[in-house]
Unconditional design. Structure first.
Length: 229
């Protein structure tokens, strides 16, 4: 298969997964304009011939993280992505945040790590039967504590230090995560739709970040080399 044929097949696959559908023209970010092939009925159509090499570069970077046993954290709190990402990451033991970005996770990890430890200690105590002598109302209280901590820290319960890189879906939604990563000099792989600035992250993949089909395709593609698929 020639390089041209291979590239064409990849572009076709991305097109079928709806990666080409950007935002309306009036929401087009100036720095995303060069990645737009054309405006069709007021909608930005992404140039997938540029997305293909971006995706390849991002996958190569993520594969290297795996080779070096580095930690990747997936951040996707928008509704259209959170459930899909959460299910994928749980199934493949990848750290994730799908409820709310935790301020200070990168810049003040030691403080947040106390809550991670508290969650793990409570779950361990419950599993070991340490609550058997407690009154019913005390057990209920502890279970509520676990549920509250699990909601925000469950996806990062195995983190022992701040992650080495982030994979972000929608940098507009996750602006605080991007800012912390920049401040902490942590590389970011991100799906960047046409309403955002691709140059603000280390490895942008300009593509539709609003379609479940597009998000599922990209999550599988980007994480395949990290989870050993």
């Amino acid at each position: 298969m020639t390089t041209a044929t291979s590239d064409l097949k990849q572009v076709q696959a991305l097109f079928e997964a709806e990666l080409h559908l950007g935002h309306k023209k009036n929401r087009l970010h100036p720095r995303a304009r060069k990645y737009v092939y054309r405006i069709d009925n007021g909608v930005s159509i992404i140039d997938l011939t540029q997305t293909v090499p971006q995706l390849i570069a991002a996958k190569e970077f993520i594969a290297k993280l795996k080779e070096e046993n580095k930690i990747l954290l997936v951040v996707a709190t928008k509704k259209v992505a959170s459930q899909l990402v959460g299910e994928f990451c749980r199934a493949h033991s990848v750290s994730f945040i799908t409820t709310k970005w935790l301020p200070g996770l990168l810049t003040n990890f030691e403080t947040l790590a106390k809550n991670i430890k508290k969650l793990n200690d409570l779950k361990a105590a419950e599993a070991q039967g340490d609550w058997s002598s407690l009154a019913k109302h005390e057990v209920v209280k502890l279970k509520k504590q676990i549920a509250k901590l699990e909601k925000f820290y469950g996806g990062i319960s195995t983190l022992v230090k701040h992650p080495d890189a982030l994979l972000i879906i929608d940098i507009k939604k996750e602006n605080n995560a991007v800012l912390e990563a920049i401040k902490s000099k942590i590389p970011v792989v991100a799906i960047t739709d046409t309403n955002t600035d691709p140059s603000s992250v280390t490895y942008p993949v300009v593509a539709n970040d609003d379609s479940p089909k597009s998000i599922e395709y990209l999550v599988n593609e980007l994480l395949s080399s990290y989870v050993g698929k």
